[in-house]
Design a protein around this ligand. Sequence first.
Ligand code: GLC
Ligand code: MG
Length: 417
Amino acid sequence: MDRLKSPARLMIVSDLDHTMVDHHDPENTSLYRFNTLWEAHYRHDSLLVFSTGRSPTLYKQLRKEKPMITPDITIMSVGTEITYGKSMVPDDGWVHVLNQKWDRDIIIQETTKFPELTRQAETEQRPHKVSFYVKKDKAKDVTNSLSKIFEERGLDVKIIYSGGIDLDILPKGAGKGQALAYLLKKFEANGKPPVNTLACGDSGNDADLFTVPGVYGVMVSNAQEELLQWHAENAKDNPKILHASERCASGIIQAIGHFNLGPNRSPRDIPDHENNVINPLPGHEIVNFNLLVEKWRLAELEKSDLFIAGLEKLTCPSGVFIHPSGTEHDIKEYVSVLRKVYGDKQGKPYRILVDNVLATQIGSDTWLLTFDKWEYSGKERQGCVVTSILKKDSDWFSWVHVHETWVEQSGENEWIL
Ligand code: GLC
Ligand code: MG
């Protein structure tokens, strides 16, 4: 939360399943487009918040299955758990707020009387969330009866129906919208309210996000019936809410453009000859470079000596490259290895995911960069943490130092660069 010294230029608060993540696209095209846009243009001065119905267990599982970048803040279990940063430090203040007028035992006692309710997996039962499945045609009646019973028993609860199947019972003060409002209040108290906030969702539990005052909202094209219905009944005249014509993360990118919230061309959408940005931000340089390497290995770039010569010009004569295995090389060797691997991934589902690009200026013309680099081959992945030093000569960066270290136990694999 304190990573940024000034207010975030843009805070994106996005649901995951069927919003950021398209489960109908095995190639994850829109997710890669978004990730690359975010790391190139937003990571340095903006905040990414994931807001999911999933418990921490299922959230971590999704992260393993899909090429997702790391959010600054993670809101899980339908706005009942908030954590910060990569290490996911919990917000205890929020737990305290949610404990008001909440009694899980009464909820469990009363819900067992409803045969229409099927309990979800144990991992999805959380301190401030009790979850069931219920058929569409029963959902309204069950919700109404439950609300009455809980009111009689003196509880302040919220019942949310999502995806035409999931029924969540939460404290009244919980939900994705309340969690977002709580965060905004915290930022305000720190003197750093985001300049713009964009909420993104597709299903019933996301409606809450669109009720937070001042935020822009996008319902992706594939939004569920219950969310569209909520919108028709409650927010159809609100010009700050867009029903995108594009699916999932592409709908988010569309909304960034529609509301004029900042750059909305992902480097993945830009033809290579236009990708030579003059005066790029250091993070943008990292993203573009890795995108070129990906295309080079996929043989999606033309094989030209000019490309290699261009890279050679970017490497500093005394530069060093430390491979994750620990071996040290002249940085020029890195370029000559690259020459050899042209097209080695051709026709394969190979992608490079650059995550968490953070740049610190350490001299008048020198930057220290750290980021995580993942190579995906379909669902298989291997990754390393990269630390590098870039130096700016007039309009271009040159690479002074690159040091890669394994992430997880991926060390034995054939990591080339
Ligand atoms: C996720 C959660 C589930 C919840 C649903 C809707 O799928 O795993 O427990 O009911 O989101 O909020
Ligand atoms: Mg969803």
